[in-house]
Design a protein around this ligand. Structure first.
Ligand code: PLP
Length: 389
């Protein structure tokens, strides 16, 4: 281990992959496991997008592209972003990456010096903290509380901002809680950071997966915020394209050039045919994407109602993403213990809330990107195991 560079000791991971490995090991022994740990849509990529990928391969999109992406695809994304985010973007402000995740990595790498403070949501996507620590930044978690519908408390945020704050990371709709910031929240957050040389990394990868009329608003559309905001977005969730590896960042054109330079130094570019499939995703019919959201909403209601009917568990009805974050404090076990109990005794793979940070203690994350049949079966199994605790 001491053969590795010292900073490797600070690199974290996503434990979801370890839970998945344990589930696969049990399945190899013949156990039936219901997968509620996975953060990806269970749907196939819509047909028109697959066909566009195949067509692109046949048309010779098998070569390198410019590092920040094909010009026409960057232009398509800029048009889409102008509509979706409510603020105008040009192609030069778009960097296409293999998934949205590299935008997280590259943004932190490009902006954060050792000792710089980065405020990020906790519970939140574990890669934020991992990369902050990796580059030697000071990780400053902002707790997301259930009593506030898992939205960050803006007054609490105000108290965490210091002269050393370099970057604020927000994620709405959120993984793992499903929380969605209100337009008022977003306006107040912008008021807090404006004029202080603080960048905002706004992870908007779930902004099309919302329910009950929720309207996520981008902080980039707040007055004076566009040049200070890096939007992370992508195709994995909205279009069920996790395995294609396609995402993008929206940012000031000078920063875009430096992020593209990080692409030159790492991936060279995103796969050409994947980019063309993404162009079809944004310009083709949107009914498949809308149908997925309608189906997710049905499942959300089944899983929330089912969890709330189990003594010792309470669950809020989230307004976005495809996760629920039930409170299990009434069960008298830690989140990690319940993760293990559900896996071993119920055959249900779920994630401990602590996989998303220390403020996740007392909660589990369940993904409802699974069939209604499997969700109902999992609820029965969870109820049976909880009864016997
Ligand atoms: N951001 C959040 C909050 C996520 O949950 C994920 C995926 O799990 C990503 C970003 C990155 O997804 P991808 O790299 O597949 O675009």
């Amino acid at each position: 281990e001491n053969l590795l560079a010292a900073k490797m000791a600070n690199l974290g991971t996503e434990t979801a992959f370890m839970v998945l490995a344990r589930a696969k090991a049990l399945e190899a022994q013949g156990r039936e496991i219901i997968h509620l740990e996975i953060g990806e849509p269970d749907f196939d990529t819509p047909r028109n997008i697959i066909d566009a990928g195949i067509k692109a391969l046949n048309a010779g999109y098998t070569h390198y592209t410019p590092a920040p992406g094909l010009p026409e695809v960057r232009a398509t994304i800029a048009e889409y972003a102008t509509r979706q985010k409510g603020v105008p973007y040009t192609a030069e402000e778009v960097v296409i990456t293999p998934g949205g995740k590299p935008i997280m990595f590259f943004t932190i790498l490009a902006l954060v010096n050792p000792g710089d403070e980065v405020i990020y949501p906790n519970p939140g996507f574990p890669i934020y903290e991992s990369v902050i620590n990796f580059v030697g930044g000071k990780a400053v978690p902002i707790p997301l509380r259930e009593e506030n519908d898992f939205r960050l408390d803006v007054d609490e945020l105000a108290a965490l901002i210091s002269p050393r704050t370099k970057l604020l990371i927000i994620n709405s709709p959120a993984n793992p809680t499903g929380g969605v910031l209100t337009p008022e929240d977003v306006a107040r957050i912008a008021d807090l950071v404006r004029g202080k040389n603080i960048f905002v990394l706004s992870d908007e990868i779930y902004d099309r997966i919302v329910y009950d009329g929720a309207q996520p608003v981008s902080i980039a559309a707040q007055p004076g915020m566009k040049d200070w905001t890096i939007i992370l977005d992508g195709f994995s969730k909205t279009y069920a394209m996790t395995g294609w590896r396609l995402g993008f960042g929206l940012m000031h054109r000078e920063l875009a050039e430096r992020i593209a330079q990080l692409m030159v130094n790492s991936n060279s570019c995103t796969a050409a045919f994947t980019q063309k499939a993404g162009q079809e995703a944004l310009t083709g019919p949107q009914d498949a994407a809308a149908a997925m959201v309608a189906e997710f909403k049905k499942r959300r209601d089944i899983i929330v109602d089912g969890l709330n009917s189990i003594p010792g568990i309470t669950c809020k009805r989230p307004l976005g993403s495809f996760y629920v974050f039930p409170n299990i404090k009434g069960l008298g076990r830690s989140s990690q213990e319940m993760e293990a109990i559900l896996m071993e005794r119920a055959g249900v793979a779920a994630l401990s809330g602590t996989a998303f940070g220390k403020y996740g203690e007392g909660y589990l994350r369940l993904s409802y990107a699974n069939s209604v049949e499997n969700i109902k079966k999992a609820l029965e199994k969870i109820a049976a195991v909880v009864k016997e605790l």
